[in-house]
Design a protein around this ligand. Structure first.
Ligand code: Q9C
Ligand code: ZN
Length: 345
């Protein structure tokens, strides 16, 4: 399987995230991807492929130009405000919620940090743009591999992407790698693309990007947002709108759900994707469904991920796996590689 590994991922390394009143060490750390790469090498599973240069207009088909301009220059702005800022990550503090203007573009950097984000848990660092933009290139490279006839490919990158929307970051995500891959597949000639999101957390960014589109189906199995992050999207009654009506399928499950029920729910998602008639599948592959994940609440075991890969392979679609969450650092490599092994078996 071709692996589009983001060699620049470690340039994004947040020191702290704001969590319920305290700055705590980041859980989304570079070692996550190092462990996956190490496991792929140990199994002889992946062939590392070089990502292409990607045109700005592809980024702009998924993300708003003013958001991209902000993200690209944000670290420099932050440091220009105060040279001491180079020693701390940028974290938003003010958000334009109900009743505020979101059409304005304030001169204040702090205001724009809030305008373009939805939580305080996603520190922006010196290398965030370098890592995220190279990750986007990896996602597009993976899409092009499928377009060139590969049955599957794996995008091994961080920061993750599925919480990032058209013009906002959050949930450790800045650019939506899975959405960019889906868009690249559409641009390359796939008439209908499906995104299957199996990360523990609802992929609110991906859902929002495609919500009114009939050409990209989004299906997600995730922790019930009534109790789980991101709380304000991911409910079962979100079915898409306009041309995208019935092209969005949310399958929330209660915290504590084990593999048997999770797998039955995956089958519901895969069945809907088959009925949609997709030409290609993008899988937002979070392995934070693992029982020992420090921030999540499902009960999957390492061997279960082999079955997950087998079930996805049974769809018989060209499939691009895009790495998302998974924070049990010691086990994340085995779990992600098991999905790929199961798929290939
Ligand atoms: N200290 C992804 O899995 N906050 N994002 C949880 C834990 C946000 C997860 C707080 C979790 C976001 C890509
Ligand atoms: Zn997650």
């Amino acid at each position: 399987m071709q692996v589009f590994y983001n060699e620049h991922h470690a340039l994004h390394h947040g020191r702290h995230e704001m969590f319920r009143g305290a700055l705590v060490p980041c859980v989304e750390v570079p070692a996550r991807v190092d462990h996956v790469l190490q496991e792929l090498r140990a199994r002889g599973l992946g062939r590392i492929a070089q990502p292409p240069e990607i045109p700005r207009d592809l980024l702009e088909r998924v993300h708003a130009p003013r958001y991209l301009r902000f993200l690209e220059g944000a670290w420099d702005e932050w440091v220009v405000l105060d040279a001491a800022n180079a020693q701390r990550d940028a974290i938003p503090s003010y958000w334009p919620i109900r009743g505020f203007r979101s059409d304005v573009l304030p001169a204040s950097f702090h205001a724009r940090m809030g305008l373009f984000s939805f939580d305080a848990g996603s520190p922006l660092t010196a290398g965030t743009w370098a890592a995220a933009s190279q990750g986007a290139a990896c996602a597009v490279g993976g899409a092009r591999a499928l377009l060139a006839g590969e049955r599957s490919a794996f995008v091994l990158t961080r920061p993750p992407g599925h919480h990032a929307g058209p013009d906002f970051f959050g949930g450790y995500c800045f650019l939506n790698n899975a959405a960019l891959a889906a868009q690249a597949l559409r641009d390359g000639g796939c008439a209908r693309v499906a995104v299957l999101d199996v990360d523990y957390h609802h992929g609110n960014g991906t859902q929002t990007i495609f919500y009114e589109r009939g050409d990209v189906f989004f299906a997600s199995v995730h922790g019930d947002p009534r109790t789980e992050y991101p709380y304000f999207l991911g409910y079962g009654d979100e079915r898409g709108a306009g041309a995208g009506l019935d092209c969005n399928l949310n399958l929330p499950l209660p915290r504590g759900t084990g593999f048997a029920r999770w797998r039955d729910t995956l089958a519901v998602a895969l069945d809907a994707i088959a009925r949609f008639g997709a030409d290609a599948l993008v899988v937002s592959l979070g392995v934070d469904t693992f029982a020992l994940d420090p921030i999540s609440g499902f009960g999957l075991g390492s061997a279960d991920y082999l079955r997950v890969g087998e079930d996805i392979a049974a769809s018989a679609l060209p499939t691009l796996f895009v790495f998302e969450g998974g924070y049990a650092v010691a086990e994340v490599g085995v779990n992600a590689a098991n999905v790929l092994d199961g798929f290939l078996s």
